[in-house]
Design a protein around this ligand. Structure first.
Ligand SMILES: *Cc1c(COP(=O)(O)O)cnc(C)c1O
Length: 409
């Protein structure tokens, strides 16, 4: 823990699945003086970051930037396209899907939660929190909605509380197969710029994202990527919207400015992040995250601990959820690891609190930072008296050695 009178030597290992470590290049870029947000230099910066963001979301359409955490962008997405009492179809994939649903309820909307029933016999965890979105259940439910009362289908692309991704293109196909006009709204707050994501090609109407995960920025800005259909829906939707309203922002963004004071220094950081990400190429970045994830899973499997994601087809490239044995408090383990090794791991959230911890492997990592994190986990597990089947560290070394990193494009 960083306090004024405590200066641990060496770097803290921030291995939670967001905020992710901020590269020095980005920190330096953010330390430049704040400029006039109505002046000529600002417009050039605005146009550049907005164009770069479109490339990262893989869209031709506007991306709105808010000076808010991801939660603000969740609210913005709903407030722009919904009218009071609108029905939504959501899927319980974990804690973040649950929070988005609660937020929808507080806005006066009527979300319906599709959930996978039951509990896993091996881990005792809810099945819904170990799987991705079942697209066929969405198709079924939409077919039954003959009056087209459901306004939008809202799903989480990379469920950060579980380490499970969802097949967004399959959700689009399910909506189309049902011949239903619902909008497709996707939370890719922790997926963007780490896990493959294609806003236009996958037919997403609103993508919600944030700065502090794959984009390697500090928390504080968040995004709505839009489709023409979402922009059209916003024109007739009647939930009150002022600060979040897309129309004024999109209008002023055409010249690189905002209707209010934007988060100038975070935009400097975003400019730098986009330069790093687009310079390396999204495909290289996606492959890199998949490779890290495979190395971390090799370690977890060698320990003999269950990976929270029960479906190998949707393992998250961003983080891995590790289930602790019954009777081992995962939060006590995390605390021990933090105290002894200055390594932060993600806590179990909501229904899996105390039963699992999360290893983030996103953004500004490399093989050796991940090896350090896995060493911290293995030492901590041993200190906590957890019986391990074998050495995860040795397994990860073997994995990374046998699978050289793809070279940067
Ligand atoms: C981090 C995260 C959020 C919440 O974003 P905040 O910036 O904390 O408001 C929402 N959804 C997912 C999937 C996330 O990973």
């Amino acid at each position: 823990m960083l306090t004024l009178d405590h200066h641990p030597s060496g770097r803290h290992f921030l291995q939670i699945p967001g905020p992710s470590p901020v590269p020095d290049r980005i920190l330096r870029a953010m330390s430049l003086p704040t400029i006039d947000h109505r002046g000529p230099e600002f417009g050039a910066l605005g146009l550049k970051v907005l164009a770069g963001l479109k490339q990262v979301f893989q869209t031709e359409h506007p991306v709105v930037v808010y000076p808010a955490s991801g939660t603000g962008a969740w609210e913005a997405a709903l407030a722009n396209v919904c009218s009071p009492g609108d029905q939504l179809l959501m899927v319980e994939t974990g804690h973040f899907a649950t929070l988005w649903k609660k937020l929808a309820e507080r806005l006066g909307l009527q979300p319906e939660f599709i959930t996978l029933p039951g509990t896993c016999a091996q881990t005792g965890l809810p099945n819904a929190w170990r799987h991705g979105v079942p697209a066929e259940r969405i198709a079924e439910r939409l077919k039954a909605d003959t009056g087209h009362a459901i306004k939008a289908v809202c799903v989480v692309h990379n469920e950060t509380s579980t380490g499970v991704t969802s097949d967004i293109a399959a959700v689009r196909r399910a909506i189309d197969a049902a011949g239903h006009p619902a909008l497709l709204m996707v939370d890719s707050i922790s997926g963007l710029a780490s896990a493959e994501f294609r806003h236009d090609a996958w037919g997403v109407d609103v993508t919600v994202s944030g700065s502090q995960k794959g984009l390697m920025l500090p928390p504080g800005i968040s995004f709505n990527a839009l489709s023409p259909k979402a922009l059209a829906a916003a024109r007739t939707a009647t939930l009150p919207k002022a600060f979040w309203a897309w129309d004024e922002i999109v209008e002023m963004n055409q010249s690189g400015y905002w209707p209010y004071t934007p988060n100038t220094n975070l935009l400097y950081g975003l400019h730098e992040a986009l330069d790093m990400i687009l310079g390396q190429g999204l495909d290289v970045i996606f492959a890199r995250h998949q490779r890290w994830a495979a190395g971390v899973r090799a370690a977890v499997q060698a320990w003999g601990l269950p990976i929270q994601c029960a479906d190998p087809a949707v393992y998250s490239p961003v983080l891995t959820g590790v289930v602790t044995p019954e009777g081992v408090d995962a939060d006590a383990l995390r605390k021990l690891i933090h105290t002894r090794f200055d390594l932060s791991l993600g806590t179990g959230l909501g229904k899996v609190k105390g039963r699992m911890f999360r290893i983030g492997h996103l953004g500004d990592c490399n093989d050796l930072t991940l090896m350090a994190a896995l060493s911290g986990c293995e030492m901590g597990l041993k200190l906590a008296g957890v019986p391990l089947a074998g050495s995860g560290v040795a397994a990860a070394i073997a994995h990374f050695a046998a699978h050289p990193a793809p070279t940067a494009g």
